[in-house]
Design a protein around this ligand. Structure first.
Ligand code: ADP
Length: 454
């Protein structure tokens, strides 16, 4: 930046100095020509044909009177009759510009370069009437400094001015950039510190705004990154937890199967013991198969990207009540139908079936003999309530977590892995519904699915 300012200021000032010098020299040269012309006019006016003859001697005498100015005297045709400068041998001057003008209008002048470049000759010619009535021409000439030599004499001072200009520009550039850059530098330094910056220079307010905006954006991005990082960490934790839960759930049946298989292989078991071993192995294998099916189902809900459609929830709820009828009867639980007709919701058939099945089966299984399960359905919500064991306040939040079971020994539907309500929560999230529970230990629970309609 400093270099650029220096180059530009140098170019501008140097050009200004050179142009100014050339123009003023030219003006001075023009003035000196005018001065010279005026004095030549006076000189020529001093010629008196009675005093000075029209020959070389007269010309020389007049030249001496004029202090050495060159004098040429011509007859009416422009032929030289007298000449103070003996070197000039040309005799006919009628073609010369000043002589031609004098012949036409009485007087004329011309400036011509002399032999050397440094000097010009100025000629002034005037017509003079002699006493005899003849017309002669008197020309006086003097040397004057040529414009070229004026320019040449200007060169040393021009060089000096340019040198001063370079020094001036250097100092100016340094001071200018110092004063321009200092507030910019302090602004950027402040901005790098992360705070909100301000400036008293209105020209820099846009820069301050940009820096503040950039800082704000960076802060926002950092926050987003931080949140993303936390989400990733949470997802990783949850994944690890999930794997550890699965491993734990698999461990019990596998240990049991392995133990009985070893006992059978060792031999020496009674027939009764053998039958128990076979049954246990079969039961535990089934539990393992169930566990794997449940996990696959749980994960599939996330992967499923099929679109939702209108589902007749009333019809599905009634179907589910008739499916679980025998199980309720076995457990001596009464099913109560409070289902409104034509409740249509946006979901998928298999998801709605799972939701209803898990809630109603839980209500039967965690019930008491002679208890009731009420299924209430309207366009706003589904409520499955029971008069069963209830849930302790400290477990209320946990029941929707994966692999959470209050009583590990209990083997409910889904094999009692604690995935049923986690599946329900997932289905509700996908459909934009809200699932919640209200319960009192020993009195019963009510699971509510709010469809979000008012
Ligand atoms: P599972 O029933 O397979 O154990 P769930 O996810 O369906 O898994 O239920 C998690 C836990 O929540 C159950 O173990 C049980 O302790 C509790 N629970 C669920 N439904 C009810 C209910 N209606 N009454 C009392 N407790 C319930």
């Amino acid at each position: 930046m400093r270099k650029r300012i220096l180059i530009i200021s140098l170019l501008v000032t140097a050009a200004a100095i050179i142009i100014y010098s050339l123009v003023s020299t030219q003006l001075y040269y023009n003035l000196s020509i005018e001065d010279e012309l005026r004095s030549l006019e006076v000189y020529a006016g001093m010629y008196d044909p009675d005093t000075y003859s029209a020959d070389d001697a007269g010309a020389e005498a007049f030249s001496q009177k004029l202090g050495g100015a060159r004098v040429t005297i011509m007859d009416s045709s422009g032929r030289v009759t007298g000449e103070s400068d003996a070197d000039d041998i040309e005799t006919d001057h009628s073609g010369r510009e000043e002589v031609r003008e004098a012949m036409e209008s009485g007087s004329g002048y011309a400036v011509r370069s002399s032999d050397t470049l440094s000097r010009d000759m100025m000629y002034y010619c005037t017509a003079v009437e002699t006493d005899g009535g003849a017309r002669i021409y008197v020309r006086v000439a003097e040397e004057l400094q040529s414009s070229w030599s004026m320019y040449a004499s200007l060169l040393p001072s021009l060089a000096a001015y340019l040198l001063i200009d370079i020094l001036g520009c250097l100092v100016f550039t340094y001071i200018a950039t110092y004063f321009i850059l200092r507030p910019v530098e302090s602004l950027t330094r402040e901005a790098a510190g992360g705070g909100v910056v301000s400036t008293r220079y209105s020209e820099l307010s846009t820069l301050a705004d940009i820096l503040n905006e950039r800082n704000r954006n960076m802060e926002m991005q950092m926050r987003e990154l931080e949140e993303d990082k936390k989400l990733v960490e949470r997802a990783q934790d949850s994944k690890n937890q999930f794997i550890s839960n699965i491993t734990h759930e698999m461990n019990t049946p596998l240990t049991s199967i392995k133990g009985y298989a070893e006992l059978l292989a060792a031999g020496g078991m009674t027939e009764q013991q053998k039958q128990l071993a076979y049954k246990t192995i079969e039961k535990q294998s089934e539990r393992l198969t169930n566990l794997i099916a449940c996990i696959i189902n749980y994960n599939e809900i996330d992967d499923d990207t099929l679109p939702p459609y209108d589902v007749d929830m009333s019809k599905l709820a009634r179907e589910m009540l008739s499916v679980v009828g025998p199980e309720a009867e076995k457990r001596k639980v009464l099913l109560i139908d409070r289902i409104d007709d034509n409740v249509i919701v946006q979901t998928r058939h298999e998801l709605a079936t799972q939701l209803l099945g898990n809630l109603i089966r839980n209500a039967i299984r965690y019930n008491r003999e002679g208890g009731t399960v009420t299924v209430e359905l309207n366009y706003k919500r589904l409520v499955v309530s029971d008069t069963g064991v209830g849930i302790a306040p400290e477990n209320m939040d946990k029941v929707f977590s994966r692999f959470f079971t209050v009583d590990k020994s209990h083997s409910g539907k889904n094999g009692g892995f604690g995935l049923g309500l986690a599946v329900c929560r997932k289905i509700c999230r996908r459909s934009g519904w809200r699932i919640s529970v209200q319960s009192e230990l020993g009195k019963g629970s009510a699971f509510t699915v709010d469809f979000g309609l008012r």
